[in-house]
Write a protein that binds this ligand. Structure first.
Ligand code: SF4
Length: 605
């Protein structure tokens, strides 16, 4: 990979940092490599909003190569809501453009005296004033920066007003609504007084066997175009899965307290295709193009919502109006707030209102009645502005619940709000959420696909019933290892690329001679590296939990009467992982087997 550009925003000094080649080979790139690089700097005492806190943007070894869905980058650091490892990857065109500008990463530290933005072009860096941009929304900011730098082909990663005000689930945005949305790293960027990073370049790609790679790339993209899942994603977007997910009891409704949602047909991907859809959009060189372009009454083309946003502002709040959901999603994008955490935390507010733990006195007179779009809109605005109860919502569901003496009601794990794949409908998600390194996350292992029947025998990923328990634990661990490879590449998890093709692409790009087994070992190493970061930050076995709501059976719907046996699953999972059940740490033997000797020494002495 190319060097990382290190910028100290306090002094304005910058330098090119060369990634140690042995770490590149052992961690591949993206989030795993970031965990390795940041491990010494992430300490329990580190305030994520202090100038000392690092914020690392990183590419993978294939970013920008027009391979299958590899136009992505990841942002990593310490999560302000979780206090744990934070990572969030993002599509669009920014990652490839950073690579074309001569860097594969951006390592930020310090804090600028006043708001600034970075302009990186073909290896050069300018730190420019941005006070006039502070307060502008994410779309306005991109437009203004592009205009100011005055070049074509510029891509800009930005924060919105929510990040500036310290909303703990504020993200980083680029292109048309592409988002590093989860874990609040937009707020970390804002704490450095950094509004945007604009990139542009024309440097050649650092591919070891460029010609061979080019042949493989064409073949893998052709195969991906024919893949059934990819075709559904192209036609219907991620919301194409809404009906099936609801049927299985895997799509939460009424803040995870209702089995099924009658209005699902009104918010599905098919309904979008038949009503407001006007086209598709794609990240860099992606042949799937899962992004939705929709038109509402004003006739303007805008980003259409994907599955998570639809459920967050739809079934989760008992809203079945696709146009309103689209508008709520756009509000969040413009303010720069993660739609999963925003909708989830607002869902908690509605739930606590119903329980009588929040009253109209707490909300400034606003009645939180399920399905009331105007009330949701008001809460989104108040959250971004940190006004009234919005100031509490802005701190995420764990803190909101705690404030009202009802932390156990918050559907979150370790401070990150649960995404919309209910483990009562697809049991593998119980382990995915409980053990994910960044809190409840569906991207570290989207195991629901395996529970739907998507197997990979060559990786040892077999099918178990969607309600199987401990017997699928080792399978979940293998799936996590594989997705860790994706998150290192940084490749989109929507791409069903054959593992052998994946290895061939890596080998051609990097000059390695890996086998599938070696690739999976790199995935396992990355997973354990992130676990070790978290263990160092204080995470133990006691943190591998699910919220109360997900361990209570629903009386109706596709998951009727079922709850995952989390403790049984965890025991089997720890055994499969080689983790110590008392501490939750990877054992010394496991760490040594993965060549993580220094980490073994740190954790075990
Ligand atoms: S499948 Fe969708 S999210 Fe993934 S890279 Fe392609 S356009 Fe982007």
């Amino acid at each position: 990979m190319q060097p990382i550009l290190k910028v100290d925003l306090s002094s304005g000094r910058s330098e090119a940092y060369l990634i140690p080649p042995e770490w590149e080979r052992s961690f591949l790139g993206g989030a795993s490599l970031a965990a390795r690089l940041l491990y010494p700097f992430l300490t329990p005492e580190l305030d994520p909003f202090s100038p000392a806190a690092p914020l690392l943007f990183l590419n993978g070894p294939l970013t920008g190569t027009s391979g299958p869905t590899v136009g992505r980058f990841v942002v990593c650091g310490k999560g302000p809501a979780t206090g744990l490892w934070a990572e969030s990857n993002c599509g669009g065109f920014w990652g490839p453009e950073l690579r074309f500008a001569g860097y594969d990463g951006l390592w930020l530290s310090g804090k600028a005296e006043e708001p600034v933005y970075l302009w990186i072009e073909d290896g050069g860096l300018q730190i420019r004033k941005a006070a006039h941009l502070w307060g502008q929304d994410t779309y306005e900011t991109q437009e203004a920066v592009r205009h100011e730098v005055g070049r074509t082909g510029v891509h800009v990663a930005v924060i919105g007003p929510a990040a500036e005000r310290g909303v703990l689930f504020a993200g980083i945005y680029c292109d048309h609504g592409r988002t590093a949305g989860r874990t609040g790293l937009g707020a970390v960027m804002a704490s450095k007084n950094l509004k945007a990073v604009a990139v542009r370049g024309k440097q050649p790609l650092p591919l070891v066997h460029a010609e061979h790679y080019s042949t493989l790339r064409s073949g893998s993209n052709r195969a991906l175009k024919q893949d059934n899942q990819a075709r559904v994603l192209h036609e219907l977007g991620t919301a194409g899965a809404a009906n099936f997910s609801e049927y299985l009891g895997a799509m939460p409704a009424k803040y995870f307290h209702q089995g099924g949602f009658e209005g699902v047909d009104k918010v599905s991907g098919s309904m979008m295709a038949e009503s407001i859809l006007s086209g598709q959009s794609a990240c860099h060189a992606c042949v799937i193009a899962c992004g939705r372009v929709v038109k509402l009454e004003d006739g303007a083309k805008r980003k259409g919502p994907e599955y998570e946003t639809i459920v967050s502002f739809g079934p989760n709040l008992l809203i079945d109006d696709l146009k309103e959901i689209t508008r709520l999603g756009e509000m969040c994008d413009r303010y720069g707030m993660d739609t999963i955490s925003t909708g989830n935390t607002i869902g908690l507010a509605f739930h606590l209102f119903e329980l009588g733990k929040i009253t109209a006195q707490d909300t400034g007179g606003l009645k939180l009645q399920w399905g009331d779009v105007a009330a949701v809109r008001q809460l989104v605005r108040m959250t971004a502005d940190r006004q009234g109860i919005g100031n509490l919502i802005a701190q995420g569901s764990r803190r909101l619940g705690k404030h009202f003496g009802a932390q156990e009601e918050a559907v979150q794990v370790n401070g990150l709000e649960v995404a919309y794949h209910d483990p009562r409908g697809v049991s593998g998600m119980a382990l995915s959420y409980a053990t994910s390194p960044r809190g409840a996350c569906h991207n570290q292992s989207d195991y629901f696909f395996v529970d739907w029947g998507d197997t990979h025998p060559e990786l040892g990923i077999e099918y178990f019933s969607r309600h199987a328990q401990a017997e699928k634990a080792a399978n979940v661990a293998r799936h996590q290892n594989w997705r860790t490879v994706y998150n290192s590449m940084v490749m989109c998890i929507f791409a069903n690329v054959e593992p052998q093709m994946q290895v061939d692409l890596i080998n051609a790009a990097c000059g390695y001679d890996w086998t599938i087994e070696e690739m999976m070992r790199v995935g396992e190493r990355g997973w354990n590296m992130k676990r070790a970061v978290n263990n160092k930050l204080g995470l133990t076995a006691a943190h591998d939990q699910l919220p109360k709501a997900l361990l209570e059976p629903l009386p109706t719907g596709g998951s009727e009467g079922y709850v995952p046996d989390l403790q049984g699953m965890l025991s089997a999972y720890y055994a499969a992982r080689g983790w110590d059940p008392k501490t939750g740490y990877p054992t010394r033997a496991r760490l040594l087997a993965l060549d993580l000797d220094d980490v073994a020494k740190d954790l075990w002495g």
